[in-house]
Write a new protein. Structure first.
Length: 259
């Protein structure tokens, strides 16, 4: 079995695959400092709680946008799973041409997402990831990734509201019944959600306009992506497992398939 690990700014997401079947997922926060032993014990315990053993794992791949986590995490995988993990970075075969002016600046998570979207849905494709930041990445029909847009994520915007304004409270992020809000909570929810939906539609349309690609497929992923995709026709597909599938695809491209 293959254990894929996506280290984001908010959460570390684990996915366990048998072939191309995603068997289970589990998460831990990435904002807490942990030793390699703590990571190792948690990984073994979470596998056990989901009905699997660490001895079932025969391969691991990690993509990370949080460098400070990597030493402890990779050490844990080596010590507690007895596996030398594959790390997403320069040198891996991706099947995507990077046309950016500075390829080294592109986050591992974005590479993983575009690889998955191109493999699963073909090109041209625009990949939206609603994470800590909201990213928009364009892959052309012939597999070139050269265009990327980065915007504040919904949670960042919400946090700015309640941390930088004295009287606004911390709220649940959801779409209110109406944009015509009559009190503080729903007015904040309306601004956050309808603002995100409007920004999403505008950016998608602007990318189509300036790229000249009218048949662009739009694929979304990320924690709050479903909320947005449910409210707009500008997004064609919401794929919750896109990043984890991308890690599996990258592993398979760079190593013999697992039994």
């Amino acid at each position: 079995m293959l254990l894929v690990i996506d280290v984001g700014n908010t959460n570390i997401t684990f996915g366990l695959y048998k072939g191309d079947e995603l068997l289970t997922t589990f998460r831990m926060v990435s904002t807490l400092s942990r030793t390699s032993d703590e990571f190792g014990v948690w990984i073994r315990e979470l596998l056990s709680q989901n009905g699997y053993s660490h001895t079932d794992i025969s391969g691991t791949i990690i993509a990370s946008v949080v460098p400070n986590v990597m030493h402890s995490l990779t050490s844990a995988v080596k010590k507690y799973l007895d596996i030398n993990p594959m790390i997403v970075g320069p040198g891996l075969k991706t099947g995507i041409r990077i046309g950016s002016d500075n390829p080294k600046e592109i986050g591992a998570d974005r590479i993983v997402d575009v690889v998955a979207a191109y493999e699963k849905y073909g090109g041209p494709v625009l990949v939206l990831d609603f994470g800590t930041a909201t990213t928009y990445d364009l892959v052309t029909a012939d597999g070139e990734f050269s265009v990327g847009i980065t915007a504040p994520g919904i949670r960042i915007s919400a946090k700015a509201l309640w941390e930088d304004t004295a009287k606004l409270p911390e709220i649940e992020i959801k779409k209110p019944a109406s944009i015509l809000a009559r009190e503080t909570i729903s007015s904040m929810q309306a601004g956050l959600m309808y603002g995100q939906i409007g920004a999403t539609e505008y950016i998608i349309n602007k990318v189509k306009e300036e790229s000249g690609i009218s048949n662009l497929k739009v694929v979304a992923t990320g924690g709050l992506g479903r909320l947005v995709s449910n409210e707009t026709d500008a997004i064609d597909v919401y794929d919750a497992a896109l990043t984890l599938d991308g890690l599996r695809i990258l592993y398979e491209k760079n190593q013999k398939p697992l039994k």
